[in-house]
Design a protein around this ligand. Structure first.
Ligand code: ZN
Length: 63
């Protein structure tokens, strides 16, 4: 049994809004969740928004 979770942080830097995401994976064994790994993702203003809306980041969560 596996579970994914998405941690999301938004920050402003030099008048630009960006976001950093960490997608972490866990595995469950004998009633305990174990952390496997985490992947850091960064979204640019013209990239598709990682929230899954299908809009560009700057027109969605990047506003
Ligand atoms: Zn979004």
């Amino acid at each position: 049994m596996k579970r994914s979770s998405l941690f999301y942080a938004r920050y402003r830097e030099k008048q630009q809004t960006s976001a950093i995401y960490e997608r972490s994976r866990f595995i469950r064994e004998e009633q305990h969740w174990y952390y496997i790994d985490g992947v850091h993702l960064q979204a640019g203003r013209n990239d598709p928004c990682p929230c899954g809306s299908g809009k560009k980041f700057k027109k969605c969560c990047g506003l």
